[in-house]
Design a protein around this ligand. Sequence first.
Ligand code: SF4
Length: 422
Amino acid sequence: MSTQRIAALEGRITDVMRHVAAYEGVDEQKVLELLVSGQAAIPANPGHKSLEPRGVGGSFKVKVNANIGTSLACNDPELELVKLEAAIEAGADAVMDLSTGGDMDDLRREIVRRSTIPVGTVPIYDAAVRAYVAKGDPTRFTADELFDAVRRHAEDGVDFVTVHCGVTRAAVETVRRTGRVTRIVSRGGSMLASWMEREGRENPLYERYDELMEILREHDVTISLGDGMRPGCISDATDPAQVEELVILGELTRRAWDAGVQVIVEGPGHVPLHQVQANVVLQKRLCHGAPFYILGPLVTDIGAGYDHITGAIGGALAGMAGADFLCYVTPAEHLSLPDADDVKRGVMASRIAAHAVDISRGNKAAWERDLAMSRCRASLDWQGQIAHALDPAEVRERLGEKTQKDGECTMCDKLCAMKVFS
Ligand code: SF4
């Protein structure tokens, strides 16, 4: 099985590349070049039949991911499918199934079957839940069981997987030695750290990286190098453990490219505003320009209940500095499993950040959309404003019928500036 990267290296423009070129409004050759350099990735498992591929990185528009999935405490697969629909309807570019409850195989296959956008997963959750159910301890999985989970997800058509290959024994020792307020907040990272300390062995995802590459290459699954050492609070940001892992991720990025596997690199987490740019520069430098998939970042620890806003602020700044892919944060972050409304709010907040970055990068389509909206505002064309808004349904509802019929809105009514000075 070939991959989009291998095809690009051979100079072959595929249908997937053509689709992405048309979506982005760029030349097909440009897409190929971005794949060759590794600056962009197109997560597109040929087993994902309903996929309309999206590219991440390079000069492509900034993309937004929405996380969905069951938990052990809240296990309603139907709700997760409603959340999938909500994410797609709100304009998410990718969705990650982070399920940890119920029949995860069944739900994952259904999500892949229904999703028109790329689907990502975290296979270690699969191995951990099976271990928890069988042995009462989520870290009692074997290395082979972990690899089996990766293989099953790849065979099911998953387009990208988060694997925490950079969580090495040395990095875990650094966490212990330097002391952190929130220790390890990545679920996958904490599981691997605990596993290594108990077993006295190295991270199998690091030790058996070549084997991992073979599985991913066979199904053209993009590797999303997980940031298991991401800071979980402002005081832990950009600390030795985080940077140590990032150095390893840079080495693993090159090894994946050499194996013909496409790469995305994940990043923090909780980062104060003045460190966001430095984090992006560091990632781009150490990981050779690979697409940067940033989780927020959250720019303060006290926004609970509003963390979609905290994350969008960090995402906008990160995008300005060069981040390519924003993982949304919902108002439920740190508090509970999000519902469909949380998913919509999270996607919209991140889309606003992504679009603001596209404008600042000079994306023609982004500029044209804003200009069209402004012209509709100046001429009080409410239907046009609805059409050009990121969330047309929200705009329609807030306007109400009277405004759409009579002209000026209820803000200034007969003192409408657009009418007073026309
Ligand atoms: S009434 Fe005021 S807020 Fe509403 S469209 Fe006119 S100027 Fe804008």
